[in-house]
Design a protein around this ligand. Structure first.
Ligand SMILES: Cc1cc2nc3c(=O)[nH]c(=O)nc-3n(C[C@H](O)[C@H](O)[C@H](O)COP(=O)(O)O)c2cc1C
Length: 200
């Protein structure tokens, strides 16, 4: 079986991993060992965060375990079609409150989701480096996730994540098979502006 080739090219000489990482949907469903999973979590652990608050939390389950089926049940039907073949499904949440050193009371953390996003990105990059893949899923029932996984109100439910071993697109339903290829990006000029926000 051949896995989708990656035709991405960078406009500037970044490390290969930034163009190599992508979000496939075709997974083998094979087990990821706890040792290998911990390598992915370890990468997330070293993400930067506001005040080093490390507000991210990952609730996860291995395929075949109750926690996996519970998270799969939260994911919308369109995403379930491929996410069911992941090795691990996870929900990423982040703590909305932060109590800094010397602070009497916790205050609203402005950057909790930004910090969790950094942790997600580190995990995804490491997954790719390790021969696995991580695919973020926004299409799931956030309220049900809070309720079912007992997530306290002070945490934001950020995103679901499927982790799996990439395989040939032939395992996917036809409509997804056609889309199973790395996509492109806007040019730098579309998002980076020296000075002021550009007039539209
Ligand atoms: C927060 C977030 C939510 C996403 N939600 C979904 C989703 O519900 N279903 C899906 O198939 N892909 C989802 N994706 C994957 C994006 O479509 C994908 O990251 C984007 O097209 C860029 O492609 P790449 O990750 O392969 O580089 C999500 C990605 C992020 C970061």
């Amino acid at each position: 079986m051949s896995i989708s080739s990656n035709p991405r090219t960078a406009d500037h000489p970044v490390a290969d991993i930034f163009v190599k990482r992508w979000s496939p949907r075709a997974f083998t469903g094979e087990r990821i060992s706890d040792a290998n999973l911990n390598i992915l979590f370890e990468a997330a652990r070293w993400a930067p965060s506001s005040n080093n608050s490390q507000p991210w939390r990952l609730l996860y389950g291995h395929r075949g375990a109750v926690a996996f089926d519970t998270i799969l049940g939260l994911i919308n039907a369109r995403n379930q079609r491929w996410a069911q073949n992941a090795s691990v499904l996870a929900i990423l949440a982040s703590k909305r409150l932060h109590q800094g050193v010397g602070q009497e009371r916790p205050t609203l953390a402005r950057n909790h989701s930004l910090d969790a996003g950094a942790a997600w990105a580190y995990l995804a990059l490491q997954a790719s480096l390790s021969g696995w893949a991580a695919h973020a899923i926004g299409g799931f029932d956030h309220d049900a996730a809070r309720h079912t996984l007992h997530v306290p109100e002070e945490f934001n439910i950020d995103v679901a994540i499927a982790i799996g071993k990439p395989t040939d697109a032939s395992v996917l339903p036809e409509d997804l098979r056609a889309r199973e290829a790395p996509n492109g990006r806007e040019k730098i000029a579309a998002f980076a502006h020296e000075g002021w926000f550009p007039a539209s």
